[in-house]
Design a protein around this ligand. Structure first.
Ligand SMILES: [Fe+2]
Length: 168
């Protein structure tokens, strides 16, 4: 019974805030992808926080601490925006994995390898966020466009800081 409620079609919900129903569905689906990807990146960042070794241990341990805390806060904001738009959030780890464009970690990496992987993931997520923010902006969904602008600010800063750690 719960699943039936959670799988309710967005267009049947009586939301009339000035965002076209089809656009609302598309934007929400984009946000589900961003949410799932953010979740996966959170787990990866946390795993690196614990497992990094070598001369870069302290800067990376501390940087990933700040980053996973930001990602954790963002997850709640993204999920609540999806609910406000009328769509359900993913229900399980499997759902998150299926909807994420970021892949889970499957191998041991050096500290530099971890940084390289995080930079690639932040960049990939940033590219998708920009597309979805454009979609939201075109549909006058200023709240989602603003939210994604804030998320992009974090990701672009994270990319800079990660890169700077391994640059000579
Ligand atoms: Fe910690």
């Amino acid at each position: 019974m719960t699943a039936a409620v959670l799988k309710a079609k967005i267009n049947k919900e009586n939301i009339s805030t000035g965002i076209d129903a089809k656009a609302r569905q598309k934007i929400s689906e984009g946000l589900v992808e961003v949410l799932a990807s953010t979740y996966t990146l959170l787990v990866k960042t946390h795993v690196y926080h614990w497992n990094v070794v070598g001369p870069l241990f302290l800067p990376l341990h501390e940087m990933t601490d700040a980053q996973y805390n930001d990602l954790f806060s963002a997850i709640d904001v993204l999920a609540e925006r999806i609910r406000a738009l009328g769509l359900p959030t993913p229900l399980s780890f499997q759902d998150f994995e299926d909807r994420s464009t970021i892949k889970e970690e499957t191998q041991d990496r050096t500290a530099e390898g971890m940084v390289d992987q995080l930079v690639k993931d932040h960049e990939k997520l940033s590219r998708r966020m920009r597309e979805i923010a454009k979609l939201a902006d075109d549909a006058d969904d200023l709240v989602t466009a603003d939210l994604l602008t804030q998320r992009l600010t974090f990701h672009e800063k994270a990319i800079w800081m990660l890169r700077a750690t391994v640059s000579s």
